[in-house]
Each structure stands twice: as structure tokens, then as C-alpha cells.
Ligand binder design. Structure first.
Ligand SMILES: CC(C)(COP(=O)(O)OP(=O)(O)OC[C@H]1O[C@@H](n2cnc3c(N)ncnc32)[C@H](O)[C@@H]1OP(=O)(O)O)[C@@H](O)C(=O)NCCC(=O)NCCS
Length: 196
């Protein structure tokens, strides 16, 4: 009986940590992908995610600790996506997140050889206003993706991405600078000059 009680207390601890999202997750899972976007978005609000007006969550999110997630106005998240909320994640206004993106805020201290994954080290992630994170990209703990930038599909972002740039590859590096209207500049941010 003592063991059963211990297991129950442990489960209650994890249920508390995951917050209200455990209650809405089964409902959200039942919603067909790409439909009932308003309902899905409202359910995430109910779970405790702060979501600005005009934002839409198009598919399911794998999240825990919903109070740590803040989404600005007019942003779109094309789930399924995994957002690990050991630390805070802030998406500013006008952000677009592609499907199958992973955002991670939790790393571990590297422990001794018998248990390398030591204590959790939470670090925040910020996605700046107007940024687009392409499908399958992975944003690692502590990264800020600058406003107006693009993270290419499949990129693994280990360092901050400068505003108004395209970052691509593994690890992600700046491949282009962008001007306000979305035209490419060169890698150094200079305007391409047409050679006659
Ligand atoms: C990043 C992206 C927008 C760039 O597209 P673009 O503006 O047409 O730019 P280009 O194709 O000219 O690419 C610019 C450079 O980045 C490289 N690049 C582009 N996408 C890349 C990627 N996913 N991984 C690695 N390198 C990439 C190109 O090879 C090129 O490099 P080069 O100068 O050495 O030739 C596009 O490649 C991309 O990843 N789109 C995401 C699509 C997606 O996720 N859709 C889901 C809907 S949200």
C-alpha cells in the first residue's frame, strides 16, 4: 500500500507540473489536423498558454508547463510540434512555425560516465517578431531567433540568429541577409549588383 501511495504521489507531482494541458490534450488529439483551428487555439488558452489575438495553432503541440509558453498576436504554429517548456518560450507577433519543429529549453549538466544526463539546466528561447521557422528545424536552449529572420527547413539552431537573415544547415549558419521587402542580399548584407 505504501508503494502504491508513493506511486500516486509521484504521478500527482508530474500531473501538477504538466498543468491543465493534460486535461485538454485528449480533446485536442481528437481534432483533425488543420481543422477547428479556433477551437484548438482556445483549448490551449484554457490550458494556460498565453496567446495573442489573431494567432492560430493549426495542429497538435507536444508541450509541458504551458504557463511558460507565450505566443504574440497574429502568429501561426503548424503543429505537430514539440515545445519543451523547462524554461520560457516567447514567440513575438507575426511568427510562423512550420510543422515538426522542435523547440527545446532544457539541457542537462553533463554528469559522470554512469549518468551523463545530470541536472536539468533550463534556458529560454525567444523567436522575434515576424520570424519564420521552417519545417523540421530544431531550436536549442538559450537561442534567440532575431526579428524578421528565416530558419531554413531542417536547420539545427545552436547560436542566436541575427535579425533579417536566413540561417540554414546543421549547425545553422547565416546564408543570406534579407531586406525589409524580403529580397535576398549577399551573405555580408550587401545588395547584389547586377553584372551587365
Ligand atoms: C530557407 C528558405 C526559405 C530559403 O529559400 P530561398 O529564399 O528560395 O533561398 P535559396 O533557395 O536561394 O537558398 C539560399 C541558400 O540557402 C541554402 N538553403 C536553403 N534552404 C536550405 C536548407 N533547408 N538547408 C540548408 N541550406 C539551405 C541554399 O542552398 C542556398 O545556399 P547557396 O547560396 O550555397 O546556394 C527555404 O529553403 C526553406 O527552407 N523553406 C522552408 C520550407 C518549409 O519549411 N515549409 C513548411 C511550411 S512552414
Amino acid at each position: 500500500l505504501r508503494r502504491l501511495l508513493g506511486a500516486l504521489i509521484e504521478e500527482m507531482y508530474y500531473l501538477r507540473r504538466r498543468g491543465r494541458v493534460v486535461l485538454v490534450q485528449p480533446l485536442i488529439a481528437a481534432l483533425p489536423y488543420g481543422t477547428m483551428v479556433r477551437l484548438r487555439t482556445s483549448l490551449y488558452r484554457l490550458a494556460g498558454v498565453r496567446i495573442g489575438t489573431g494567432s492560430a495553432i493549426v495542429g497538435p503541440l507536444r508541450i509541458w508547463g504551458p504557463a511558460q509558453l507565450t505566443i504574440g498576436a497574429n502568429s501561426t504554429i503548424n503543429g505537430p510540434c514539440a515545445i519543451c517548456l523547462d524554461g520560457p518560450v516567447t514567440l513575438h507577433d507575426g511568427v510562423l512555425i512550420g510543422h515538426d519543429v522542435i523547440i527545446s529549453t532544457g539541457s542537462h549538466e553533463i554528469g559522470p560516465s554512469h549518468a551523463r544526463g545530470g541536472h536539468v539546466v533550463p534556458r529560454p528561447v525567444v523567436i522575434g517578431a515576424g520570424a519564420w521557422v521552417g519545417a523540421g528545424a530544431m531550436i536549442l536552449p538559450g537561442v534567440t531567433v532575431g526579428a524578421g529572420s528565416v530558419v531554413a527547413a531542417g536547420a539545427v539552431v545552436v547560436h542566436d540568429v541575427s535579425p533579417n537573415t536566413i540561417a540554414a544547415g546543421v549547425p545553422a549558419r547565416t546564408v543570406r541577409h534579407l531586406n525589409d521587402s524580403g529580397e535576398h542580399l549577399t551573405k555580408d548584407g550587401e545588395q547584389d549588383i547586377e553584372v551587365p
